[in-house]
Design a protein around this ligand. Structure first.
Ligand code: OFO
Length: 173
């Protein structure tokens, strides 16, 4: 049986991953409506990935004899200044998620839930990848500034990144 504090922390993380998925969906919709089809493709796919992050936690709770609880959530921001604004907000959000995962890991260790801590290692590694990915994209966008041709090129790059990515099922990650 899962420790109550650990279960609570995991349920809160489930909510955050679900929110991440919704946030990236809102950003994808904005990109679609504002002339960034590549950015939209990339973010639609990333929204799916966040759903996988959520499901992986849901399955883990079930496997340990618990029942995940879904919580209400505020709607994400749907209006953005430009593509730079979108990726700056993503970066900020991912840093918040990393902090939250580290805290959850801390709770598991404190409660001697080593199986859970071991399981959470995947999320710790994943956050390193997520932050690296978004900071690379953010650097490129910052470099281009307001140059329209450069922005077009970035959008094409995002399209390519989306095309080369397949979203795995929770069991495969
Ligand atoms: Fe789930 O990694 Fe981003 O938020």
């Amino acid at each position: 049986m899962m420790n109550k504090n650990v279960e609570k922390a995991i349920n809160e993380q489930i909510n955050k991953e679900e929110f991440s998925s919704r946030l990236y969906l809102a950003m994808a919709i904005w990109c679609d409506a504002n002339g960034f089809p590549g950015g939209a493709e990339f973010l639609y796919k990333h929204a799916d990935e966040e759903r996988v992050h959520m499901l992986k936690l849901v399955h883990f709770v079930a496997d340990r004899g618990g029942q995940a609880k879904l919580m209400p959530m505020d709607p994400p921001e749907q209006n953005y200044k430009d593509l730079l604004d979108v990726f700056q907000q993503i970066m900020k959000h991912e840093e918040f998620i990393t902090e939250s995962i580290n805290k959850m890991y801390g709770v598991a260790l404190k409660e001697n839930e080593f199986t859970t801590a071991n399981f959470l290692q995947w999320y710790i590694t994943e956050q390193v990848e997520e932050e690296k990915l978004f900071s690379t994209i953010l650097d490129k966008i910052s470099l281009v500034g307001t140059d329209k041709a450069g922005m077009f090129h970035i959008d094409k790059e995002l399209e390519g990144m989306a095309a080369s990515k397949t979203v795995p099922s929770p069991e495969d990650v």
